[in-house]
Design a protein around this ligand. Sequence first.
Ligand code: ADP
Ligand code: TRP
Length: 336
Amino acid sequence: MKNCADLLTGITTTGTPHLGNYVGAIRPAIEASREENKSSYYFLADYHAIIKCQDPEIIRRSVLELAATWLAMGIDTQRSVFYRQTDIPEIPELTWILNCMTAKGLMNRAHAYKATVADNEEHGRKDPDKDVSMGLFSYPVLMAADILMFNAKKVPVGKDQIQHIEMARDIAGRFNHAYGEHFVLPEAIVDEDTAVLAGLDGRKMSKSYNNTIPLFVPEKKLRKLIMKIKTNSLAPEEPKDPETCTLFATYRAFATPAEVKDLAARYREGIGWGTVKQELFEHLNTLLKEPRQRYNELLEAPGDIDIILKKGAERAREHTVPFLENIRKAIGIQRL
Ligand code: ADP
Ligand code: TRP
């Protein structure tokens, strides 16, 4: 059994990346992409995106923006393999093969599907499967194919995705049992230390809550959004608790320990919200200025992004083409 990827993760291409996505998913992956002696695979999950979004322009734009974000933030495309899921035709082929190895009962338990059914029941809808496409229902099988295709050992994900990695293990185990040891059983990596950023209203920053600060908004808009972050109504001179403050938590996610300590001390002495907001804006803007410029340049040159993604896919396919050939043989699909 060939071990291919030490690390693999995908990001669904819906919506514009925000500060939370960066801190929680993009930054740790980019850091890992620079590690030596580790094979890491990062991909844009655009087949996953069409499950939830049927607007072609949003899909196209979102692939462009996400690819530009990763590149602008400095993913190492030499050390790691960076590609687009839909550039690898072996993935949907493996998905079908794995579908035939997946118990329907296992998919009945998948939480994205269950949440839709629960919502239909709650609203008294006659059909509990209303709005459930086969894409949504079998989403974990596509995700298993993404992972098993590269025999990925470790899969860094958010907590909500752990169940899907467990399903991938289950499917891999079943396949191995039937056809011999072809797949590595993947493991989810959830970094408990990674900050979960709050949004403008204090709830978790999420595009579903409409409370995000997009990573690369223009400078003026960034300032405007930071000024909108919710605070309490303590007067400037009153001492403040840094630990319960969205502004402080956001600053902490982007600052050095010394800078964090310094701001915490000023909170306790009493600092005006206007001052904190202005400093947070200046701090973020300094960090984001250069990548923002690169990002805007990349958006103007989608052809260049295509070339990079195509190269990534070519490298990925050096593995996927022979690997799938082997799988096909294992199940009895070969030249006569
Ligand atoms: P959204 O909630 O905006 O739809 P996604 O669910 O598409 O975001 O998340 C994409 C990735 O970004 C996941 O790995 C997720 O864990 C991470 N992420 C999303 N929101 C945050 C946040 N507020 N703080 C930290 N990480 C986040
Ligand atoms: N479903 C994941 C998400 O929404 C994205 C994803 C697709 C993924 N395929 C994957 C993550 C394979 C890790 C491995 O966040």
